[in-house]
Design a protein around this ligand. Structure first.
Ligand code: ATP
Ligand code: MG
Length: 421
């Protein structure tokens, strides 16, 4: 035997036993998104590397060290998308979806980041992303938040809190950034290696350092909230009041800065304490400058992305998510002439009852062997077509999940009625 080839570290197969939960979750998400009028968009998984450099930012963790980047056969630098917002904006500009109009869009699919794999952190993972364009007012920020809150409700997730902050306008952040650099420079001695690097490149990110030795010093750093421009401050007040009206609880976290460069004004994260270190299940905010930055006309925008694996982990134990794929019936054929008739009967049942989940025995086998397969298949009923039944225009029906119910022969019409019940 030659050596087996394994999947790539941090990239996982989703096996049949798990796909029912995925599909259930995807259905729930789609239903809620549609109930707010969001329409799905599907973008390619591979984009030009420059797209992510220009949007996420050259000095972010993602672009600096997490992207899967390669040259294709023409020598163009391409990247497996690490997130969806950049692609969505690119597609929106390219197809004229953004200028002078409002859009409410969503997408789903795999994202790729070369991170250290651990629970809740993979190299291929899945996001559902939601993006809105053309709406500058805080009611859309509120809509995104109330929509995500509804998702948790529908999914039965209760252990989740909303962290909220505002980053102000790009200009206000520039002024704040200088203050911050001068403060951190004065406290250079307290900075760890990562933070020293960020001091040059992305000083705001020092604020969300998890290093316990730096916490005191960070707490005393100038606060972004004291350097907000008037418009951003007003936007934030209005958002908070809308959330109050909608009875959405939030926790203002002045150190929530998010890892991507493109955010302005509102940023938020939904965090749970049930998943250990990987507790953020959903994150987003406003990014009014990004469309222009990627070559479009100035367009206000806001959105969020949620991590599907983390959500699944969170709802794993809940009733709703423990769906499994279940067959309604398993058809056995006994005798030489019954196989053709069985296949035809199955086709006819499927035509008349398109939602029927019916598996036909394949690969022969004794009655006992076929019954064993039928039982293992999880099907509710066994349909048995032997020579006698065939002659009589009937089929034997056995309830595999209720032994007290006697096996009986019924005609095809009755069988259909029972299966559709
Ligand atoms: P984290 O702080 O956990 O690294 P992030 O800020 O990098 O998250 P975003 O880019 O905002 O994450 O992505 C949105 C969501 O996607 C996250 O809140 C998380 O639920 C999920 N996510 C991000 N990276 C991963 C990953 N490597 N594996 C699984 N899920 C992820
Ligand atoms: Mg990350």
């Amino acid at each position: 035997m030659s050596k087996q080839i394994q999947s790539i570290r941090g990239m996982h197969d989703i096996l049949p036993a798990d796909t029912a939960a995925w599909q259930w979750l995807e259905d729930q998400l789609r239903t809620v998104l549609q109930s707010y009028g969001y329409r799905e968009i599907r973008m390619p998984i591979v984009e030009k590397t420059e797209l992510f450099k220009r949007s996420i930012g050259e000095v972010t963790d993602i672009v600096e060290k997490e992207m899967y980047t390669f040259d294709d056969r023409n020598g163009d630098s391409l990247t497996l998308r690490p997130e969806g917002t950049a692609s969505c904006v690119r597609a929106g500009i390219q197809h004229g979806l953004l200028h002078n109009q409002q859009q409410r869009l969503w997408y789903q699919g795999p994202m790729f980041r070369h991170e250290r794999p651990q629970k809740g952190r993979y190299r291929q993972f899945h996001q559902v992303g939601v993006e809105t364009f053309g709406i500058a007012m805080p009611e859309i920020d509120a809509e995104l938040i109330v929509l995500s809150a509804r998702l948790w409700k529908v999914l039965g997730i209760t252990d989740v809190t909303l962290e909220l902050n505002t980053l102000g306008s790009t200009q206000a952040r520039q002024v704040y950034r200088e203050k911050l650099v001068s403060y951190f420079t004065d406290h250079r001695g307290d900075l760890d290696e990562d933070s020293l690097r960020r001091l040059e490149t992305n000083p705001l990110r020092i604020l969300d350092s998890k290093n316990p030795h730096m916490q005191r010093m960070i707490e005393q750093a100038p606060a972004l909230a004291d350097h907000l421009d008037a418009e951003s401050a007003e936007h934030f007040e209005k958002l908070k009041s809308l959330l109050d009206h909608l009875e959405i609880k939030y926790h203002i976290n002045p150190r929530l800065v998010r890892g991507l460069d493109y955010y302005t004004k509102t940023v938020f994260e939904w965090v749970t304490s049930s998943l250990g270190a990987q507790g953020t299940i959903c994150a987003g905010g406003r990014y009014d400058g990004l469309v222009q930055q990627l070559g479009g006309r100035e367009t206000p925008a806001a959105g969020f992305a949620l991590g599907v694996e983390r959500l699944l982990e969170l709802i794993k134990s809940s009733q709703e998510a423990t769906h499994t794929f279940a067959l309604d019936a398993y058809l056995l054929t006994m005798g030489d002439s019954t196989l053709e008739a069985g296949l035809k009967l199955a086709e006819s049942l499927r035509s008349q009852l398109p939602t029927l989940r019916l598996q036909v025995n394949a690969g022969g086998g004794s009655f006992k062997a076929q019954m064993k397969r039928a039982d293992k298949s999880g099907a509710r009923f066994a349909l048995i077509l032997g020579e006698d039944e065939l002659q009589a225009g009937q089929v034997s029906l056995k309830n595999l999940r209720d032994a007290s119910e006697a096996q009986r022969s019924v005609n095809y019409e009755e069988a259909l009625n029972i299966l559709s019940a």
